[in-house]
Design a protein around this ligand. Structure first.
Ligand code: PLP
Length: 235
């Protein structure tokens, strides 16, 4: 087995164990392989292992890899999305994880309507209130959801967060729990057009804890593809 295959096997084992510990079913958690900065050849190894869902945080990288990776890939846009770039990915991705402004939601609505599709989206939450991060503050979530519920070409599937970078993943357990509580609370508001079932949270350092707290998508990059080299690329 190659490096990537070995890494995936190890991640799968940890996911299975976390599911077992928390009484969840493996099929209720999607392993999203975060392939940013990684070459197509390496990503193909992950696809050969059965992974179909790939996450990128830059529009340009999806554009570059879309054709070479071919059909059958489910691309997810997980990073900050500028309004003027929505048009490039609207027909390429299956889900946008990073909706956090009315303006962006309006643009996705417009572009999705133009190509006659309904886009699955997640609302990004800045759960720890970090200055450096994008996202809606938890206390503003209801207002935000109400403001975008009118868009008929958006299907708001749930919430996403990028938790703080921590040494010990236990430090993020409380944040993951707050995300789950927020999802449950928001569903209870019975806002028109908003029925959420997806929680995208947990990365290489903390995905097991995230699963124990209810994550339905974990976004794992380093744990699958190894460290990223930002020497010549940014992102
Ligand atoms: C890079 C990235 C990840 C994956 O991070 P790792 O720590 O390498 O697993 C997950 N989510 C987002 C939004 C990212 O930008």
């Amino acid at each position: 087995m190659g490096q990537v295959a070995n890494h995936i096997a190890a991640v799968e084992e940890k996911i299975a164990a976390a599911c077992q510990r928390s009484g969840r079913k493996r099929e209720d958690v999607l392993l999203l392989a975060v392939s940013k900065t990684k070459p197509v050849s390496m990503i193909q190894e992950a696809v050969a292992c059965g992974l179909r869902d790939l996450g990128e945080n830059k529009v340009q990288e999806i554009m570059d890899k879309y054709e070479p990776m071919g059909e059958g890939i489910h691309w997810h846009l997980i990073g900050h999305l500028q309004t003027n770039k929505v048009k490039y990915i609207i027909d390429k991705v299956c889900m946008i994880h990073s909706v956090e402004s009315e303006k962006l939601a309006a643009e996705i609505e417009k572009r999705a309507a133009a190509c006659d599709r309904i886009m699955d989206v997640l609302v990004e939450i800045n759960i720890a209130g970090e200055e450096s991060k994008f996202g809606i503050r938890p206390e503003n979530t209801e207002e935000f959801l109400r403001s975008i519920s009118k868009y008929s070409h958006l299907h708001v599937r749930g919430l996403m967060t990028v938790a703080p970078f921590v040494e010990n993943p236990e430090e993020n357990r409380g944040y993951f729990r707050q995300m789950k509580d927020l999802l449950v609370d928001m569903n209870a508001k019975k806002i028109d057009n908003i029925h959420m079932d997806t929680l995208s949270m947990g990365m290489t350092g903390d995905y097991e804890v995230a699963i124990e707290e209810g994550a339905t998508i974990v976004r794992v990059g380093t744990g699958i593809f190894g460290e990223r080299d930002y020497g010549k690329k940014n992102g």
